[in-house]
Write a protein that binds this ligand. Sequence first.
Ligand SMILES: [Fe+2]
Length: 228
Amino acid sequence: MLSAPSVAAASTLRLPTPPSFCLGSDSSVLTTVNDPAVNLVRWQRSLPMALGSWLAKHVQAAPRTPVALRALSPDLDQLVGDLPPGVLRTALVTDVSLLLGHLLAISGAPVVHGSFGLVTGDSCVKFHTDYVALRLLCTYVGPGTEWLPEDSVCRPCLGEATPAGAEANAHIVKAGHRTKQADTGDVLLLKGDSWPGNANRGAVHRSPSLGPGNPPRVVLTLTVWRLP
Ligand SMILES: [Fe+2]
């Protein structure tokens, strides 16, 4: 017969911390972002190699000022209008439409702001959080976004003003912890500081450092600034 745990034993019992991120190979994983403990979701997937090669050849411009994509009539030509017509352009538009549909369904937002294009610099390589409700990222060409699980982050270090780049990251990433990274084609959903109840707890992430001589990335960003 089992005996009840003593008061002393119960007082020292530590429940495991729920994970701050969720991974899955099916799009259904995206809805786990509604779990209050989850800050980041990664849908692991592969895109046709031909699509990446085509984008690397034809995407010439940096992301423009984000355009408004309305739930009732999203105009995706605003995002990919410069790309030549053909089966791969259609494949891209179909994929972006799919991702937009997921984000609209999860957020209930009437409008999402989107940008698409080349990322060439190292301007966002310091780990940070975004002041948005929810952001979807998909890297179609090049290395994916890096992020940190909650137990790997020194939150107070995020606000330190002096160091930048690699020096800052050395403080933000707790000793002995490693960064995680999306693969090309993966979809990341990141909760920001403006998600209800998530102030000062946004998903900590950064753009990978490309380094001199490396080709640029092609990135889609879809942002929900506020939940309705
Ligand atoms: Fe960011």
